[in-house]
Design a protein around this ligand. Structure first.
Ligand code: ADE
Length: 224
């Protein structure tokens, strides 16, 4: 899979992409992630990428030209299956969307910053508009990272067996996974549930299913 991220603040996303599982996925050749600095596509000598909004109002708007230049170059070089704009106005991201995106070959994520992106960019290029939740951040960079993280870990071969995504919460519709414990079996007087130490696979499976059912109900109540 190839992911291109267009951003005005590449520093905000570089480090997480080069750490831990996302870094390993790139090293293994499972995903190629390219970051494009919007400023490299700025027209004038001051490298201006933002300007005041027409019609007035507070905040700065990211200018269209650098986006169009960058996107023309990318889309001219290969076909993209999805061009995503991260915006609080979009469809709220979930595991189903992550699964769909993980099956694609080439995607672009356009991360806004400041108040907004000139809307012509969205209108001309976006195939998906994704929000990570009903709150407003300073920019689309953290949402872009969240999308990349959730998608890349689903690509076959990215996680090893011990990290497998199969039992994840939400991987099977709205189902929350059971709690987990590791050694020591007792810590500060707190004991791991007896059944997990019993070696009885059938009872363990039953316990996990019960826990999962209770946690799913609790989660539904939280999110009513
Ligand atoms: N940009 C600012 N806030 C956002 C959000 N909640 N989701 C996606 N992009 C954003």
């Amino acid at each position: 899979m190839r992911i291109d991220i267009i951003t005005a603040v590449p520093d905000l996303i570089k480090s997480p992409l080069n750490t831990s599982i996302l870094h390993r996925a790139q090293e293994k050749g499972k995903v190629e992630i390219n970051i494009h600095n919007l400023r490299d596509y700025a027209f004038n000598k001051h490298k201006q990428i933002d300007d005041k909004p027409f019609g007035g109002g507070p905040g700065m708007i990211l200018k269209p030209e650098p986006f169009f230049e960058c996107l023309d170059k990318l889309t001219g070089a290969r076909k993209y299956d999805s061009i995503i704009v991260t915006t609080p106005k979009g469809k709220v991201f979930n595991q189903k969307i992550a699964n769909r995106l993980s099956l694609l070959k080439n995607i672009i994520i356009i991360a806004g910053h400041y108040k907004e992106i000139d809307d012509r960019v969205r209108e001309h290029f976006a195939t998906d508009e994704i929000s990570i939740g009903n709150y407003v951040l300073t920019g689309g960079e953290l949402p872009a990272l969240i999308i990349v993280d959730a998608v890349v870990r689903l690509i076959p071969g990215v996680l090893n067996d011990s990290e497998a995504a199969l039992n994840d919460s939400f991987q099977d519709g709205e189902r929350i996974d059971s709690p987990y414990y590791t050694r020591p079996s007792e810590y500060r007087g707190m004991k791991v549930p007896e059944v997990l130490l019993s070696g009885n696979d059938k009872e363990i499976k039953k316990w996990k299913e019960e826990q999962s059912k209770n946690l799913t109900k609790k989660w539904r109540d939280y999110n009513k």
